[in-house]
Design a protein around this ligand. Structure first.
Ligand SMILES: Cc1cc2nc3c(=O)[nH]c(=O)nc-3n(C[C@H](O)[C@H](O)[C@H](O)COP(=O)(O)O)c2cc1C
Length: 316
């Protein structure tokens, strides 16, 4: 998620779940290939498994960007066909590609030829006045035919005119059932559903309907511990204790020290930690101490330790 799931966020989320697949923000192929912005690929080895999401619509450029991603170490290359923002539309990528399945197929085929790792697609159920019952299977048929074995479907339409990107994440109604029907129709395709999944109970229920995976966006960002701490056990069936928010905070301290030593600012990391205690006693104080203190000059890991101490004191 752009501006949200940067490398610091992903490092934190990986401390909470060993198994969940993490995705980068969308990185545009032109930025990598024409702009040479290779720093956009920076990540920590601890983040694996991690997928690079690309935006673009030119097969050659996407193939070159995919190769750069794999050379940088990413485990999967994902093509964004779901983002409705104006900026993205003007570059002919994102959700508008739902109207051009053949072009997306060409992009997938070019990326598949360029890299060994999985090439996946994230899409909507349709855009504008498309009938999802018709447009979505045609789209899936095209990408599967080009060698995409895995798709993540944000189960609502995008309206390319008239709705803001934020409204396009909330206003068009969700249709999880349509995504489940697509799984039944394309049994060989690995289908994950996305959109409005607010808890592990929601996720487990959708998996129970035959879907292969769930992608959780905003809930995982705002309540990372609720979504991720029990995910390895409940979703992946891994034995052993759940991770904890407290443990993750402690494990972030050396990471924060390294980030500050490299010239970074505390807030760049702690902004992703604000929701760690959401719904628990002490959550408000935690959030306040970090959001007020982390931008002050000289703020460091001791602030995070003090905020954790306060949470523990309230909880005791
Ligand atoms: C701030 C923000 C940025 C996003 N950026 C991306 C992005 O870069 N690529 C993408 O595929 N989806 C992006 N999304 C959409 C989410 O991945 C997801 O499809 C959407 O929020 C619905 O899922 P949710 O209800 O679990 O959040 C973004 C969402 C938000 C809130």
């Amino acid at each position: 998620m752009m501006d949200w799931t940067d490398r610091h966020c992903r490092y934190l989320h990986r401390l909470l779940s060993r198994r969940a697949l993490l995705y980068t923000e969308m990185v545009t192929a032109p930025a990598l290939v024409r702009g040479g912005a290779l720093h956009l690929l920076d990540h920590s080895p601890e983040e694996h498994p991690v997928a690079l999401q690309l935006g673009g619509s030119d097969p050659d450029e996407l193939a070159r960007a995919a190769r750069l991603g794999v050379e940088a170490g990413y485990d999967e290359i994902n093509l964004n066909c779901g983002c409705p923002s104006d900026r993205v539309q003007s570059g002919t990528f994102g959700a508008v590609l739902m109207t051009q399945p053949e072009r997306v197929a060409d992009c997938v085929a070019a990326m598949r030829a360029a890299v060994e790792v999985d090439v996946t697609v994230k899409c909507r159920i349709g855009v504008d006045d498309q009938d999802p019952e018709v447009a979505l299977p045609a789209f899936l048929e095209a990408i599967a035919g080009a060698g995409c074995g895995r798709v993540i479907i944000h189960a609502r339409k995008a309206w390319l005119q008239g709705l803001s990107p934020k409204q396009n994440r909330d206003v068009p109604p969700l249709d999880h059932a349509l995504v489940a029907r697509m799984k039944a129709r394309f049994p060989a395709l690995h289908v994950s559903v996305n959109g409005g999944i607010a808890s592990l109970d929601d996720a487990a229920a959708l998996l129970g309907q035959g879907l292969d995976g769930v992608m959780v966006g905003r809930a995982a960002y705002h309540q990372p511990a609720d979504i991720l701490c029990a995910a390895d056990r409940r979703i992946f069936g891994q034995p052993g204790p759940d991770s904890t928010a407290e443990g993750a905070v402690r494990a972030m301290l050396p990471y924060i020290e390294r980030h500050l030593a490299a010239g970074g600012r505390l807030n760049q990391v702690t902004r992703h930690m604000l929701g760690l205690f959401a719904g628990r006693p002490g959550a408000r104080g935690w959030r306040r101490m970090l959001s007020e203190g982390a931008t002050r000059p000289g703020a460091g890991p001791e602030l995070v330790e003090a905020a954790l101490g306060e949470v523990m004191r309230v909880a005791a």
